[in-house]
Write a protein that binds this ligand. Structure first.
Ligand SMILES: [Zn+2]
Length: 407
């Protein structure tokens, strides 16, 4: 199949903008990009005129929980769900996410390896319509630590090492470690250190040996530094990050995934919406610090990739682009927000050789958006503006609805 998108304006993901181009999509890849002045008299392929629209790379969300719906009490949902139910939710939420233009996600924790079973279902054609999946299996946490209800609870470095090996054996691409308490786990102090540096180091050594990614959930300043010193690839949330932590992250070239909208959504919806009181109180306690530290991190030059933590309260799958709006409101330029959600995400996930930009030779995971997201980033949140979503060279969604069961 050869398709030609004509009259394209391209925001290519590397910070460049081009007008009046045509893009040739052949099989799974972007075969060619040229100025309209070179447009052939007799085009070889189906021509789609996309004047007035912007072509950009498919979005990459580096932090989701597809098996959790984003209702008021996510932990309650996970505890109440049988694994089969969790997997069904995952299939539905994956489709919603893809329809919204998110063509790749990293899922950072599910129960009973349902994430890995879901990918197997896709690979075998049992399920379809999903972003590309980078999976972490069960999060590794201390006994009673954040998300212990579905995590693999460990005590001591040897146990943490074993837990990492178990996730890798099950098929995980990433090992998720809980360095501090969290907002959602009742009874947890949000910023308190949890897994020790030595425990995380042991798990990270195993992941490194196997060529897998590592991510730490961390809020408190000391827990963040424990994770960074242990050698993790990315720090998630970091709501109480301090200067020393930023320096350490810069020195070691470690990624930050700020998940800025997640805390807003808890505070905005509040106790009236059914979110447990303890969860709302912790979010209220964190929100000012989150805004200040996120601004600080943006100015510091720490490498930032976009992640939503979709699945947390009222943080719905398919609303992923609201995180870009949050990042822009905290001082990130729309161009940087797009890069954080495309090429930066691809770099963090080790996929930048084929994903994250609109360039000849790359995999055709691209979006055709009605309007200019650089002028108004919020158009990415509107299904009616998401004209076409291509994944692997095929149109998989139009106007916010899945149209095909491929790839
Ligand atoms: Zn999370």
């Amino acid at each position: 199949m050869r398709r030609i998108l004509s009259n394209a304006r391209i925001v290519d993901g590397t910070g460049q903008v081009y007008s009046d181009r045509f893009i040739v999509i052949e099989d799974r890849s972007i075969a060619d990009i040229r100025p309209m002045s070179d447009f052939p008299a007799i085009p070889d392929g189906e021509v789609v005129d996309i004047a007035g629209r912007t072509v950009m790379p498919g979005l990459i969300d580096c932090h989701v929980h597809l098996s959790i719906d984003g209702d008021a009490d996510p932990i309650g949902q996970v505890v109440g769900d049988a694994a089969a139910m969790s997997a069904m939710r995952m299939a539905r939420n994956a489709a919603k996410t893809l329809a919204a233009g998110v063509t790749t996600v990293r899922d950072l924790g599910a129960k009973d390896h349902v994430d890995i079973s879901f990918r197997q279902a896709i690979d075998e054609g049992v399920a379809a319509a999903s972003p590309r999946l980078i999976l972490s299996g069960r999060p590794v946490t201390m006994t009673g630590g954040h998300c212990w209800q579905f995590g693999r609870q460990v005590d001591g470095a040897d146990d943490a090492r074993r837990a990492a090996r178990e996730q890798i054996r099950a098929g995980a691409d990433c090992v998720k470690l809980m360095a501090t308490g969290g907002i959602l786990t009742q009874g947890n102090e949000i910023g308190a250190p949890q897994l020790e540096e030595a425990e995380m180091r042991a798990a990270i050594e195993e992941a490194d040996k196997a060529g897998k990614l590592t991510a730490v959930h961390a809020h408190g300043a000391s827990g963040i530094k424990n994770g960074v010193r242990a050698g993790v690839h990315s720090v998630e949330h970091a709501y109480f990050l301090d200067d020393e932590g930023i320096d350490l992250m810069l020195k070691r070239d470690i990624w930050l995934v700020p998940t800025a909208a997640a805390v807003d959504l808890v505070v905005k919806n509040g106790i009236e919406s059914g979110i447990p009181t303890d969860v709302v109180e912790k979010a209220e306690q964190a929100i000012e610090s989150q805004r200040a530290t996120c601004r600080m991190a943006l100015q510091s030059g720490v490498r930032i990739a976009m992640g939503t933590d979709a699945g947390t309260p009222y943080n719905r799958h398919g609303d992923n682009a609201q995180e870009l709006v949050a990042l822009v409101s905290l001082g990130m330029s729309p161009m940087d927000a797009l890069s954080a959600t495309t090429i930066r995400g691809a770099e963090l996930l080790g996929l930048s050789d084929r994903l994250g930009t609109v360039e000849a030779g790359k995999t055709a995971d691209i979006l055709v958006v009605d309007g200019d997201p650089l002028e108004d980033i919020s158009i990415l949140c509107a299904p009616e503006r998401m004209d076409m979503v291509f994944q692997d060279g095929e149109i998989v969604a139009r106007l916010g609805e899945i149209v095909t069961s491929a790839p």
